[in-house]
Design a protein around this ligand. Structure first.
Ligand code: ATP
Ligand code: MG
Length: 562
């Protein structure tokens, strides 16, 4: 246990208490239980960090279990992606990979046991009638006419349901609890329904499938889970889970509910994200604008940034919305320390040093990471013709512009002082090249006579530059609440039309031609970027912007621009 017990969250405090009292023999065993109906998102990361983190801190175990009870919407693609994502986040389940479908036989036997003890019955009411009979919070429900069916008849019907004698919807198995219970979840909930559907793991072995509420708590019990940590909306399901466990007399995990993660500008639920993919709003589950872990990986998020964010926000018992800027703060914090630096020009204009000898060149030493001495230095080629950012030059600059302008001297990062002498334009008046002279005495970026310049700009040698496409990403939704009603019922009117801006013909320093797929670089003065692992080719490089250097969004918004 590494955390200070006085500063831990309420979940850990409960567990500390349980361990001290010797509950479950002092064992701590958690699980992360995704349904394989989509890719994991940043909200799941909160649950993963909590469950696997607690197991690590308490010397316990954490299982990965797929809650695969709903064959219609589940798929092996998701099963595989989810495992890759949990591993990427930095957690391991060793040999404890489980599936609720592994328990179908045991869950079925439990159901027969409940029938035999008079605690479950087969009902022929259809879904609509069941809903109608359930009543509302304002009144009691009504008993189904089948509620008094004999145990023998229930057993017979349930076995025939399993044997496939009936079509979908003909019968369900329900718990016999209390149709007047103040908690609607306790009004004879459905345990099994008939679904003649192929399951991605059990194939056609089953045509009845357990409901999530029935399978979930019992799966936890079967795995010997000590603390079933789940989100707040399951608080009112806890009495039902407890009822199953008590009726069957099996191991009883302690359920603890915490608040879901919500982020501004982010649409969270898998179901909603799936619609964005299916409708082609984004280019797949790993489109770098998605809040999925696969997208964040592709976009260059280091997993440490996500873990640090999850640790920072902690867990609480009330729902709230965090600013996306907070996630990006942790992202920048981790990247600033870890990211190797490089120079790249995204909107290039040629800078010609007229007094630099033609046909010559040299290499200059550049620092790889000023935050990390061990990262060392690299050599960057320099020559007579360079590329600089178009916006770093102005022919007729306003007072506060300190970068390159006619007659003005600036520093080229890691290189020399250069003074602008003239500008070349095409017939339409566009700048096609900027001319300057360099001061060979200022090699490395300092003048021996102590003279100062007001700006340092980045550059890339034209003779050595590698071309790349760079994709600039921004929030997928412009509004803080993606479902803001002004954007229509599906929030589509809230989409940010500038969530992806593609820049072609960008010029990168040559070392970036060999950029590793899992390294995020800081392009000096611009932000953090990584190779796009899906689309980049050696002869057609593609880079993604992970995040800018600063939170420009907040600033623009304050000025009424966003
Ligand atoms: P979704 O609506 O995105 O499908 P879910 O809760 O239905 O979410 P599951 O696959 O059932 O998704 O979730 C696996 C685990 O992740 C559950 O324990 C769930 O409580 C947790 N989880 C899901 N979304 C969040 C979130 N936004 N914040 C924290 N935990 C979450
Ligand atoms: Mg779900």
């Amino acid at each position: 246990m590494t955390s200070d017990p006085n500063h831990v969250d309420f979940v850990r405090r409960i567990i500390v208490g349980d361990v001290e009292r010797g509950k479950h023999d002092g064992r701590v065993h958690t699980r992360f239980p995704p349904e394989p109906n989509g890719y994991l998102h940043i909200g799941h990361a909160k649950s993963i960090c909590l469950n696997f983190g607690i197991a690590q801190e308490f010397g316990g175990l954490c299982n990965l279990r797929f809650d695969d009870t709903n064959p219609g919407v589940e798929d092996v693609e998701y099963v595989e992606a989810i495992q890759a994502d949990v591993r990427w986040l930095g957690f391991t389940w060793d040999d404890r990979l489980f599936y609720a479908s592994d328990y179908f036989e045991q869950l079925y036997r439990y159901a027969e046991q409940l029938i035999e003890s008079g605690d479950a019955y087969v009902d022929s009411l259809d879904a609509e009638k069941i809903r109608e009979f359930r009543g509302s919070v304002h009144g009691v429900g009504r008993d189904s006419p089948d509620r008094t069916r004999s145990v023998a008849d229930n057993l017979d019907l349930f076995r025939r349901m399993r044997a496939g004698e009936f079509p979908d919807g003909a019968y369900v198995l329900r718990a016999k609890i209390d149709m007047a219970h103040p908690n609607i979840n306790m009004r004879d909930p459905t345990l099994y329904r008939i679904r003649h559907e192929h399951h991605h793991r059990t194939g056609d072995a089953w045509c009845i499938y357990p409901m999530y509420d029935y399978a979930h708590g019992l799966s936890d019990s079967l795995e010997g889970i000590t603390h079933s940590i789940c989100t707040l909306e399951f608080e009112h399901h806890r009495p039902l889970y407890d009822w199953f466990l008590e009726k069957l007399g099996v191991h009883h995990p302690q359920q603890i509910e915490f608040a879901k993660l919500n982020l501004t500008h982010v649409l969270m639920s898998k179901r909603n994200l799936r619609r964005l993919v299916e409708d082609g709003v984004v280019d797949g589950w790993d489109d770098p604008r998605m809040p999925t872990l696969a997208a964040m990986r592709r976009r260059g998020y280091p997993p440490a940034a996500i873990r640090q964010f999850c640790e920072h926000i902690g867990v609480a018992k009330f729902n709230s919305v965090h600013e996306i800027a907070l996630l990006e703060f942790h992202l920048r914090d981790v990247l600033n320390k870890a990211a190797p630096r490089a120079m790249a020009v995204l909107d290039p204009v040629r800078l010609i040093l007229d007094n630099y000898p033609e046909g010559q060149g040299e290499e200059l030493e550049a620092v790889n990471n000023p935050e990390d001495e061990a990262a060392g230095t690299r050599r960057v080629p320099f020559g007579r013709e360079l590329f600089i950012e178009r916006e770093d030059f102005m022919e007729d600059p306003p007072k506060k512009f300190f970068r390159l302008a006619p007659g003005r001297e600036v520093r080229l990062r890691y290189a020399f002082f250069v003074r602008c002498t003239s500008v070349e334009k095409d017939a339409a008046g566009n700048v096609v090249a900027v001319h300057a002279t360099y001061d060979s005495e200022t090699r490395g970026g300092n003048a021996p006579d102590g003279r100062k310049v007001k700006a340092t700009i980045h550059w890339v040698s034209a003779a050595h530059a590698v071309d790349a496409e760079v994709r600039l990403y921004d929030h997928l939704f412009a509004t803080e609440d993606p479902m803001d009603p002004r954007g229509g019922p599906d929030g589509r009117g809230n989409l940010n039309p500038e969530s992806l801006i593609v820049r072609r013909g960008c010029k990168l320093e040559p070392s970036l031609a060999e950029a590793a797929a899992d390294v995020t670089y800081q392009f000096e003065r611009l932000g953090y970027y990584c190779v796009d692992r899906r689309d980049s080719r050696p002869d057609a490089l593609v880079f993604n912007r992970t995040v800018g250097l600063r939170d420009t969004w907040a600033k623009e918004k304050a000025q009424g621009g966003g």
